[in-house]
Design a binder for this molecule. Structure first.
Ligand code: UDP
Length: 320
């Protein structure tokens, strides 16, 4: 929507594994603009070839990946196949069509256990699960691609913890089954769909003992993509950017902000730490500010208000 509002023509390619094409109707309702839609899979080379030949594409924003850490441990082959092979097929189709501008969604998970905070883009990288491995490997594939042909223009965006929803309350996330992530779990406790939040650990070396993360509003994340797109369209090169606010909030801080935003009490209990979790993680977003001229504008209260508006208006709808 951010890009539609800026006047770009958008082509959406989605296999709808984790989304519903109905979201396009809602996008149209909000922006009064049409998105051309292909119900296709990025693993399908013939489909991509057709899409590139039917359209004059200037750049690709590549979000097509499986993204649940726990699930990636249970079904690693699907994660490697979908995320890695999908990227290879996409990049080959781009190369064949001579489209060499790409923005890729990576994740702060590539920092593993950070050596210090806030996290800068040049920190050492590691992965502790197949999902994280796929993000690391794709970053490496894109680096190699650029080395092979400096005509490429590549922007790698490392997301911190995206939450919130579009202000309209029409578009947000609707995870399948029981949510793994904190915010959708909290919103489902607020509606009574889930009985109470389990807080994973209250003995971390953080101000209140609960885990600290850099929550970023999805609309700020969207404007980060728009800024990265402008960069890849204007110059060649490969760059990596943290997309975060630079501020860490604990689980309890988020919970209290959500209670305030929703006017609902969120019952919770402390349970042992979740395996693989780290105490604290937050970005140094200076590089994105300097080179992309981008910064976040929405605080934790706004993230909670918008998550709640979406959840309370959307029971039964599917995600974006
Ligand atoms: N968390 C929690 N209970 C939950 C889900 C998450 O206490 O049901 C905590 C988790 O331990 C971490 C923070 O909330 O400190 C954010 O977790 P999430 O899974 O949303 O994102 P992550 O940073 O792990 O990718």
């Amino acid at each position: 929507m951010e890009l539609l509002n800026e006047g770009y023509e958008i082509i959406c390619v989605d296999n709808c594994y984790n989304s519903s094409p109905d979201v396009l109707n809602r996008i149209e309702k909000i922006t009064s603009k049409k998105v051309k839609f292909y119900h296709d899979d990025i693993l399908d080379a013939a489909a991509l070839k057709r899409i590139f030949s039917e359209n004059k594409v200037d750049a690709v924003i590549h979000f097509a990946g499986l993204k649940a850490v726990g699930e990636s441990v249970s079904i690693p082959l699907q994660y490697y196949h979908n995320n890695i092979s999908g990227t290879l097929v996409l990049c080959q189709a781009m190369k064949d069509a001579n489209v060499k501008n790409i923005v890729f969604s990576s994740s702060a998970t590539v920092y593993g256990l950070p050596k210090s905070l806030p996290i800068q883009e040049n920190f050492p990288l590691s992965a502790t699960n197949p999902y994280g491995q796929t993000k690391l490997m794709i970053e490496q594939i894109l680096q190699d691609l650029y080395v092979s042909d400096p005509g490429w223009s590549i922007s790698i965006l490392r997301y911190f913890n995206p939450v919130g929803a579009h202000k309209s309350g029409l578009i947000g996330e609707a995870p399948k089954g029981i949510p793994n992530n904190l915010m959708p779990y909290v919103t489902q406790v607020a509606t009574g769909k889930l009985p109470q939040l389990k807080i994973f650990g209250n003995d971390y070396p953080t101000p209140d003992g609960t885990g600290v993360r850099d929550y970023i509003h999805v609309s700020d994340l969207a404007s980060g993509h728009s800024a990265a797109l402008k960069r890849v369209l204007s110059q060649t090169g490969i760059d990596v950017y943290n997309l975060g606010t630079g501020k860490g909030n604990s689980v309890l801080e988020l919970l209290h902000a959500f209670e305030k935003a929703s006017g609902r009490k969120i019952p919770y209990e402390f349970v042992p730490r979740r395996s693989g979790d780290i105490a604290s993680c937050y970005a140094d977003p200076t590089k994105a500010k300097k080179e992309l001229h981008w910064e976040t504008t929405r605080d934790l209260n706004e993230m909670c208000e918008d998550s709640w508006r979406w959840q309370s208006q959307s029971s039964g709808k599917t995600s974006d």
